[in-house]
Design a protein around this ligand. Sequence first.
Ligand SMILES: *Cc1c(COP(=O)(O)O)cnc(C)c1O
Length: 391
Amino acid sequence: MKKVYLDYSATTPMKKEVIDEMLPYLTEHFGNPSSIHSFGRESRKAVDNARDQIAKTLGAKSDEIFFTAGGTESDNWAIKGVAYAMKGKGNHIITTKIEHHAVLHTCEELAKEGFEITYLNVDQYGLINLEELKSAIKENTILITVMFANNEIGTIQPIKEIGQIAKEKGIIFHTDAVQAYGNVHINVDQLGLNLVSISSHKIYGPKGIGALYIRRGTKILPFIHGGAQEKKRRAGTENVASIVGFGKAAELAHESLDGHINRLLALRTKLMDNLLSKIPYSQVNGHPTKRLPGNVNISFEFIEGESLLLSLDMVGIAGSSGSACTSGSLDPSHVLMAIGLSHEIAHGSLRLTIGDFTTDEEIEYVLEKLPPIVDRLRQMSPLYEKVKGGK
Ligand SMILES: *Cc1c(COP(=O)(O)O)cnc(C)c1O
């Protein structure tokens, strides 16, 4: 059976160049970077090189990049690390209603400890309102954490403007850039960022490795206590091979960023426009232009996203849906609720995310298979029968 992977926002396959770069560090170069002998020095050099590669992609300095076990850990560290370091100054944190659970659940934990959290609303496109942000800022605000781009609907926030506001008020600004990294140009100085979370497996690198950019002078506590690794801020023997792979993936993504964006945009436009015109009662979720180049999120009325995913899987197409059924819950996604969708529309949503290995032929295949599946599922819906009858 044909297999078409359109779930690049969930994870990406590794590029061959990345694996080739990693292999020596899984075999002959096994030294502990903290050791002073030649084996150790070899590994140390590789970790330093990866740090340089990643710093370059963000316009940062190498000593501002700290390796973590992934995007989730980076988000936890950024938020808890600032909250605990700044407790003396205040206990108020501003975030949004559409953050990834790595941010939302971290904030919920802090709320239990007495921190006060403001969750900013978003409009129908998933954008925050800068005036609402400004009026949410108080004397005791210590952190603003707003995601760069949303993982479900792809909406890209006005990060530069938020950075400006944070800077004027002297508030630390963190962004979860896990989805944006490798898909959008990011420069930490131009955008006024203090803390940035990134993850390797979303940019064709290995899983379980990520980084937190920490601007020099940012008040943040160390996260994992132990040895002196990562300048005593994140202890534990470095995951050398994965760090090397992440560095290579970051370098590749940065070198080819414009080409990557243009290629994905062309495929996305073709997929989205054709689905909308071929399938009645469908609508795009997220912003028409301020969105990740590879993100398609569409709601089809009168059907369940879960049934759609299963039917797509049977013809080899891998996507994801807007409901949280994977976690055993029937609640629709908090993101789709926040942009004001009804439960019915949210439940009928489908996310297809395009990446570097997606081909035009694969898009054609989806355009051939998806419309009849939607039609078949709708035939089973009593609501659809009623609407059709009324036409
Ligand atoms: C995937 C993702 C994360 C989590 O990153 P991991 O490396 O999988 O822990 C956090 N935030 C966003 C927006 C993501 O898409």
